[in-house]
Design a protein around this ligand. Structure first.
Ligand code: GLU
Length: 441
């Protein structure tokens, strides 16, 4: 283990914003890159908002993203307690030091810190040199007796041996106060690294919790893969020196450093996030993909527990590459598992726009009835022969046949679809379609 000790210090509010997730991630990456220690410290001094449920939202989100902490709630460590609400005695002790040094005074029931008023020159690991001079003494203990944010934040960073403070740029304006406090305690300054903000996808300003795509739990609920979300969050403000985008976490850990973090703000890009998600989905091994899809299909009532596993595997194998979001699996594979499906009007209109689809469908059905080899290659050869015999084009058969057996104009590859559905299902679905259409006319 190296000497590096970094921390994520959230005040749980019940939301886990992607901006916070990225702050965790950058701390975590720095710790893993340097072989240091990643600490989770809960800044829960606001009793009304910092409930246990709010804490769980955060812990669940971090676990889902795979960002494990070496010290903190539920894992412990030598520098605890890791909840500020339990560290009152430590704050008292540190406050005593400031009092003894004559750096405090009381006014209207609050305790103020006497600033030095000297210019505070910060060499920020991301922003570079930032100079700022505090002009006013500030409150460190509120009039209700509770220690204030600046005091507890700095005391904990000192007491927990934090070497690098990596946090959002919104705290840059607090840093000169914090530097004053570190110096008053005679403690060495940590390295500060202020991460640029995440801007809304459209329009001006910082992304807020109300913006679409802002909450980690929404990605979790809508079935994003955590690997894709983590990969995307890395790229939100950090980039390796080349143009790599999709990178395994192991490689990101190796390449991560402050020099790759942009000074400018990062703009949220939901399309890039989806794109990464799709490419991670396509790369899952078939078995992993099936286990991801299974609960979704069960929940949607597409399959039940008695599903034929071999058939499920065949259907998933031809559907996986068509899935952009996990939930798409329902639409793409639903018709493989039931003889009762709707014919989508839009798809039907497209098919019936031109040519003689019903005649083609009849010819196609006859070809299927005599076909013996239902492997993908066999189906393709059968189609070649049909095209040859009839003098028609492949597309004359594809659209209407797909419509008749699935109700859609999209889905897995055509030969794969025929091969997996097999002769009996294909023929009976086409017959049902033909008879339903002849009743209408
Ligand atoms: N509790 C503060 C926050 O959530 C921590 C700031 C810091 O990282 O120093 O913004």
């Amino acid at each position: 283990m190296s000497e590096v000790r970094v921390r994520f210090a959230p005040s749980p509010t019940g939301f886990f914003h992607i901006g916070s997730a990225r702050t965790v991630l950058f701390n975590w990456l720095y710790a893993r890159n340097t072989g240091g220690t990643f600490i989770l410290r809960i800044e829960d001094t606001d009793k009304a908002r910092n409930t246990d449920e709010a804490l769980q939202v955060l812990l669940d989100g971090m676990r889902w993203l795979g960002l494990d902490w070496d010290e903190g709630p539920e894992v412990g460590g030598d520098y605890g307690p890791y909840f500020q609400s339990q560290r009152g005695a430590i704050y008292e002790e540190y406050l005593g030091k400031l009092k003894a040094a004559g750096r405090t005074y009381e006014q209207d029931g609050a305790v103020f810190f006497k600033i030095s008023g000297e210019p505070q020159v910060l060499e920020d690991a991301i922003r570079g040199r930032v100079e700022r001079t505090e002009e006013k003494d500030f409150v460190i203990v509120r009039s209700d007796g509770s220690p204030g944010f600046h005091l507890v934040n700095v005391v904990d960073d000192i007491a927990m041996g934090i070497t690098h403070v990596i946090r959002g740029e919104d705290h840059l304006s607090n840093t000169s106060k914090h530097m004053e406090l570190f110096k008053a305690f005679g403690a060495p300054l940590p390295v500060f690294a202020h991460i640029p903000l995440i801007l809304k996808e459209q329009g001006k300003g910082k992304m807020s919790k109300r913006d679409e795509g802002a909450l980690v739990e929404d990605y979790q609920k809508s079935g994003f893969l955590s690997e894709a979300v983590v990969n995307y969050l890395c790229l939100l403000g950090w980039s390796p020196k080349d143009d790599s985008e999709k990178m395994p976490l192991k490689e990101i850990i190796e390449r991560f450093g402050f020099d790759g973090i942009n000074k400018g703000n990062a703009r949220f890009d939901s399309r890039k996030m989806s794109f990464l998600n799709t490419s991670y989905l396509r790369e899952l091994s078939l078995d992993v993909f099936i286990e991801m899809a299974r609960p979704i299909l069960l929940e949607a009532g597409v399959i039940d527990v008695s599903v034929d596993e071999a058939y499920l595997k065949q259907v998933m194998a031809i559907s996986q590459e068509k899935v952009r979001m996990p939930v798409d699996i329902v639409g793409i594979s639903g018709t493989f598992f039931s003889e009762e499906f709707e014919i989508e009007p839009k798809a039907e209109a497209k098919v019936f726009k031109k040519g003689e689809p019903m005649v083609c469908l009849q010819e196609f059905k006859e070809a299927l009835e005599t076909l013996e080899d239902y492997s993908v290659a066999g189906v393709e050869a059968g189609m070649d022969a049909l095209v040859e015999r009839s003098g028609r084009k492949r597309n004359d058969f594809f659209g209407v046949a797909r419509l008749a057996v699935s109700g859609l104009d999209r889905g897995p590859g055509f030969y794969e679809l025929v091969s997996v559905l097999g002769k009996d299902r294909m023929v009976s679905r086409i017959e049902a379609f033909i008879s339903s259409r002849s009743e209408v006319s």
